[in-house]
Design a protein around this ligand. Sequence first.
Ligand code: FE2
Length: 401
Amino acid sequence: MISNFYMPTRIVAGQGSLATIGRLARDLKMSHVLVVSDPVISNQDFHAAALASLAEAGIEIARFDECGIDARCSHIDAEGRRVRQERIDGVVCIGGGSVMCTGKGIAIVATNDKPMAECTGVGKFDKKALPMIMVPTTAGSGSEVSQWTIVKDEERHLKLLGGGPLSFPDAAILDPVTLRSLPMRVAALPAVDALTHAAEAYFSAIGSPITDALAIHAVGLQYGSLRASINTDDETAREANLVASCMANIACGNARLGHGHALSLPLEGHLDLPHPYGVGVLLPHVVAFNLAVLPDKVKPFAEALKVETQGLTRAGIIEGCAEAIRDLYRDIGFPERFTPEQLPGARVREMAERAVPGLYAGIAARDFDPKSTNDHTVIACPSARKMTVRQAEEIFERCLG
Ligand SMILES: [Fe+2]
């Protein structure tokens, strides 16, 4: 099989790296940037330090600090128009996944001059996005090294993915100073999302030895450091989370994401479930479902999670992997099930049907009719094991609280 690995983003990592942002922006020929952030992050000292570094490098600054839980198409389209009008030539994102997805969307629509919804799907625009610098403040969505943006079309209640090789960020700065201000509960959410990115990349049928190496190392690094980074002030563990999240996304950016993300998408779009809850609660089930057909990957996966394999059958090891993830969730205060409000039992079948177009359908999902499916319809997903609507329904049922 021919595999293709591409990751053009420059990564500057380590304590103190944020101070290089002004120089990096100059290197990228930026002279007037839009700094995208949210109301909490934009009040942090490190945010002010980043702006000072940009100003010192002689760069003019415009700001958009209004990002919320999701990257909204309405924000992206309005800011994209502003960027064109004000002749802004670069986008700097300082924040978590929704901030980076918003900024990436703005960088895409600014050069392509069409609404964000029309840029969703795989490779649906033909001009390179504006130069981007990403500063993740959670560890994390991995959006800083990803060509993809996940946006919410508020009118159609759809979560849509868009991107391609023309929307990779140009640079990412991984400085653990950005993680210091996070309360424990907030920190846990994106870290679990990053673990799902690594696992789903590892289960992909279009992965390669390169993505497998990144993914399995990221699983071990993330799993091994999550308890310490969330339950203590261990800065080394948090730095490990930041790097693991970045590695996980380089892997899934090339191998793509699997069932957790495909199944979570309708919950996020129709039930307003925050992304990390969707993919995180599904993860132990997604692990068991996929490892069942990947005999060569069972042991490496178990080792990454420090599961004792001696004397266990393969099925026992797989169950041990799912249990190790649940164990982690208990230790970091992450839920194992959806509440009845997050996923009402009466809507399980509908959600399984709505998952059919998969994560990469983009705006084409708008015309999808859930009633055109049956038990045997396969969910569009690059994972090694095919999942039917009935199997998705069973997984959702096991996640009900
Ligand atoms: Fe994710």
